[in-house]
Design a protein around this ligand. Structure first.
Ligand SMILES: Nc1ncnc2c1ncn2[C@@H]1O[C@H](COP(=O)(O)OP(=O)(O)OP(=O)(O)O)[C@@H](O)[C@H]1O
Length: 948
């Protein structure tokens, strides 16, 4: 290292300071990296690896360099792959004692702290997650391997949850979790106790979708937890715990107090919640460490609890396709995509937050619903509001960029234009709110009216910044004429200089007689006189050669050089002044960060509510009634996604059937447990999901796809749908099913809504059936009031339970057998069915005929042998009973609506005897051997027959 250049030494100093980061070292117009960093960068970015200088052991150093202006292209590629990058620049004080340019780390970029627009997407938050906790590892010797906890007795108690046996091996006793989005300033924290880590942590991860997680070191021993975080592509690292737990908590508390300018965290609901404090403190510390500046826009931390809103765990989010669809994990055909017609990124982010946290208080839900109703009814207002909203930029992120010093003059213009719209929105609301149509919209209006600071900012930016400023601050020409006297003088001088140059060119042409003589300028050579080769003989003696070209020479004169110095120093000076003014203005805006963030939230709310109104109109949704009761009444309910997908398919002329609406009637008395049977592909899962989605939409404050809906508050939705394994946690498909089931059985109560789809199908028929039956009985009898449950099954014998369990009702999805074909009616009707038509569906799916025929044969044998004995209730001949019940279900006793559908389908599909006869006659004709007259006579005969 002795032979290393000063630059190289500085590089290694930076590396020491940030050993886990790839260091990008600014050298002139390039960022360079050396050694192992260079090798990684060259490989990941596919750029050439060269060698430079010598390291301490005399070897050449690998070097990788990227042009500094290309950093925005290359950096995101590394960050998205999970790397941490330290950027080294020339520091403010450029000269060291011996005239060496001093460079050092100016910022560190990591996946969870990136603010660059090239890395993060507008419509989503970018969260850093911090996780602290103690856990008992009972899987080995039964000793606790977590941190010693002096404060375990303290803290807010979450709803106690029982962990499943498998989970106990890694049961967390207490943990703190914090999420920080430094691009918007959003900061939240929570503490949970006595929970199974998978469910709680993973459901928070599913909601916040952090890009990076810093963990208390002991948690890294929890391989199942780490495995799941890894599966979610989250960059993980341990945070430092250099002192005892108590001392670290104290430090975290101090850091938070300094940030929020408080002396105690009590007012923030953090008192005694040591793990939450530790997680929040570490997240904030990490943000400071990477950003290396004050983070004034983080001025508040919200302590939350999972019981503040409906609990939607990772399974519910996945199974109900709330944020992403199951097929390709994208937002297409996910509920969020259908509800999100927002005009601003802030609105889009808020909508996501609302959707992940449906409300529990009927009054708060009612407030949102009334606002949606008001906006839906006032078409002109909604149109005008949405027009205003579409002109508002992402104020949250703009103000953050100003705080980070990452903004440009265009950001100031965007901020000004956005602020200009605020009084317009307030005015629109004011003139349209005549009475008490919507308390929420009135509150938004009143709060918007209260702000007046922005008038001054609007004026400042309007007076100072050009309406179409350049992209980069250092290009100059962003400050308007007349704003700064010195700048105006310098610009005048530059203008004079232009005249001077023009005159100089004219004079020289005359003096030399060279008509093509030209005075030009470029960044490398400055001002020059260009003479073509054919005129070189006429060049005067006082011209000094500067550069040789292919077709001529470039010269300068002492006089031209003197003018050049004058012009360039004036340019430098004016750029410096412009930059100074720009900094002053962005600082002024940043001083109002807090107010701007609050305005941004009000704008976001207006945007989401307008979006709900728009969606309700477009899709014919209705306003649900929401109350504290236990009823769920839905008339003509539709699945919001399948309905849209069906319509989309129709518009592109793919044959997709029209969605068939269905009713739902649930309560905690007679219709607490709906046991749904029906053939494969009939629509059982779709129906169950649609009920849950309507409940979620209603509690979010959105209108719902139905003609009427009344929802008794649900505080948690449990789903057990579909089959998949969790190899990271060492669990088979059936094990996953049972772990989820145990979570449901242990933690559901009368306020829950449970969706169970084909419980027990992952094991032998006998085991599966036994489990399914026991589960039905358990849930039915669990709470005094009963738990609202939708249970789909192919174990038809379970339907006999209707006679035993008073709150259980059988329903089935009707189908119609027409000869060999099966028509899906998609209509749920009371009663049970006992056929799955699995072989029909297999045939539809293209399973070879041989297999289909053989399956039918086996099925016949099995039915004859009665492989699974029918429940003894009812007795009699199973087969006979089955077909009798089936016919009865289709043709007798369906609800009025069902009747209509059945009639329609029968009309369409059941063959008319007359038509059948004609068909037979037609197919028997040998047209090749008929004369035209015979054919015409036959046609007349057929026509007559049909008209009879
Ligand atoms: N009400 C409906 N209207 C129109 N199409 C529907 C309706 N319900 C379901 N479908 C269509 O039927 C398909 C199958 O539905 P679903 O998966 O709910 O059936 P299932 O009864 O749960 O089947 P399985 O028992 O095989 O799991 C859906 O993908 C959807 O396209």
């Amino acid at each position: 290292m002795d032979q290393a250049t000063p630059a190289m030494r500085q590089y290694y100093d930076a590396k020491k300071e940030c050993p886990d980061a790839l260091v990008f070292f600014r050298m002139g117009d390039f960022y360079e990296s050396f050694g192992d960093d260079a090798k990684i960068i060259s490989k990941e970015l596919e750029i050439t690896l060269t060698n430079r200088g010598k390291s301490s052991d005399g070897q050449k150093m690998p070097l990788a360099g990227i042009p500094y202006h290309a950093i925005d292209t290359y950096l995101p590629r590394l960050i998205k792959k999970g790397y941490k990058v330290a950027i080294c620049e020339q520091l403010e004080n450029p000269k060291e004692a011996k005239g060496v340019v001093k460079r050092g780390i100016v910022r560190v970029v990591t996946p969870g702290t990136a603010i660059d627009t090239s890395i993060i997407t507008d419509a989503a938050n970018n969260y850093l997650m911090a996780l602290s906790g103690s856990f008992k590892d009972k899987s080995s010797d039964g000793t606790e391997s977590g941190t010693e906890t002096e404060n375990e007795k303290s803290g807010k108690k979450e709803k106690k949850e029982k962990s499943s046996p498998k989970m106990e091996a890694i049961a967390v006793e207490t943990f703190g979790i914090s999420f920080l989005d430094i691009s918007t300033g959003e900061f939240v924290t929570a503490q949970f106790e006595d929970v199974a880590p998978y469910e709680k942590v993973m459901s928070e991860v599913a909601k916040f979708r952090p890009s990076e997680c810093i963990l208390q070191p002991n948690l890294l021993k929890n391989s199942a937890l780490v495995g799941r975080l890894f599966d979610n592509k989250i960059k993980m690292d341990a945070f430092a715990m250099n002192k005892t737990f108590t001392a670290e908590v104290k430090l975290a508390e101090e850091e938070l107090n300094v940030q929020f300018k408080t002396s105690t965290l009590d007012g923030m609901g953090l008192h005694g919640n040591d793990y939450a404090v530790l997680a929040a403190g570490k997240a904030l510390h990490y943000a400071h460490e990477t950003q290396m500046r004050d983070l004034e826009h983080i001025h508040f931390i919200r302590t939350y609890s999972t019981s503040d809103s409906m609990i939607l765990d990772s399974m519910a989010l996945r199974n109900l396709e709330i944020i992403k669809n199951v097929r390709d994990e994208e937002t297409n055909y996910a509920l969020i995509k259908i509800l999100d017609k927002t005009k601003t990124s802030m609105g889009s982010r808020l909508l996501r937050n609302w959707l992940l946290r449906p409300l529990l208080l009927p009054q708060s839900i009612q407030n949102r619903l009334l606002a949606v109703e008001f906006l839906k009814e006032n078409n002109l207002l909604r149109f005008d509001l949405r027009k205003c909203l579409s002109e508002i930029s992402d104020m949250e992120r703009l103000v953050s960029r100003m705080i980070y010093g990452n903004s440009n003059a265009r950001d100031l213009i965007s901020m000004r234009n956005s602020l200009l719209k605020i009084p317009e929105i307030a005015h629109l609301l004011d003139t349209n709110l005549l009475g008490n149509e919507s308390a929420l919209m009135a509150e938004i209006r009143d709060r918007l009216v209260d702000y007046d600071f922005y008038e001054e900012l609007i004026e400042l930016v309007t007076n100072a910044i050009d309406d179409e400023p350049p992209l980069t601050v250092r290009e100059g020409k962003m400050i308007k004429a007349g704003y700064n006297a010195e700048l105006d003088e310098l610009r005048d001088a530059a203008g004079d200089s232009k005249d001077w140059i023009a005159k100089f060119q004219a004079d020289e042409r005359e003096r030399t007689g060279i008509k093509s003589l030209k005075v030009g300028y470029n960044k490398v050579f400055g001002y020059f006189i260009e003479i073509t080769n054919s005129n070189k003989d006429a060049v005067p003696e006082n011209y000094i050669r500067k550069q040789t070209m292919a077709n001529g020479e470039r010269y300068f004169t002492p006089e031209l050089k003197e003018r050049e110095n004058l012009i360039l120093s004036a340019d430098d000076r004016s750029i410096a002044i412009e930059y100074e003014i720009f900094r002053e203005i962005t600082n002024r805006v940043a001083e109002h960060a807090r107010d701007i963030q609050q305005i941004a939230q009000l704008v976001a709310q207006t945007d989401v509510l307008c979006s709900f109104a728009e969606v309700a109109l477009d899709n014919n949704y209705v306003c649900p009634e929401v109350d504290d009761g236990f009823e769920i009444l839905i008339r003509d309910g539709r699945h919001p996604i399948v309905e849209i997908a069906a319509n989309d398919a129709k518009t592109v002329k793919m044959s997709k059937e029209t969605f068939v609406p269905n009713d739902t009637e649930m309560d905690c008395t007679e219709n607490q447990f709906l046991l749904i049977t029906g053939p494969n592909m009939a629509g059982k899962s779709t129906y169950m999901r649609q009920v849950a989605m309507i409940v979620i939409m209603a509690q979010v404050g959105s209108f719902v796809p139905a003609s009427y809906a009344k929802i008794g508050i649900v505080d948690r939705i449990f789903t057990r749908i579909g089959a998949y394994d969790d190899l990271a946690a060492g669990q088979s498909t059936f094990m996953v099913e049972m772990v989820e089931l145990s979570n449901i059985l242990n933690n559901s109560d009368e306020r829950s809504l449970i969706l169970l789809d084909e419980i027990g199908r992952g094991t032998s028929t006998y085991d599966g059936y036994s489990i399914a039956k026991a589960v039905v009985e358990f849930i039915h009898n669990k709470d005094k009031k009963g738990i609202r449950t939708l249970f789909a099954t192919h174990y038809h014998q379970l339907t006999a339970l209707e006679n035993k369990l008073k709150r259980l009702k059988n329903f089935h999805i009707a189908v119609l057998e027409t000869g060999k074909d099966l028509v899906f009616l998609r209509k749920i009707i009371p009663g049970a069915t006992d056929k799955s038509y699995g072989i029909h569906v297999a045939k539809l799916a293209g399973v070879p005929d041989k297999v289909i025929e053989r399956s039918s044969e086996i099925l016949r044998d099995l039915e004859n042998e009665s492989m699974i004995e029918a429940e003894s209730e009812g007795g009699g001949d199973g087969k006979k009973k089955r077909s009798a019940r089936y016919t009865q279900l289709l043709l007798v006793d369906p609800s009025a609506d069902s009747e209509r559908v059945v009639e329609k389908i029968v009309e369409k599909y059941v063959p008319d005897p007359k038509t059948e006869e004609v068909k037979c006659e037609l197919s028997a004709l040998d047209v090749d051997h008929m004369t035209p007259v015979e054919a015409l006579l036959k046609l007349g005969e057929i026509k007559k027959k049909l008209l009879e």
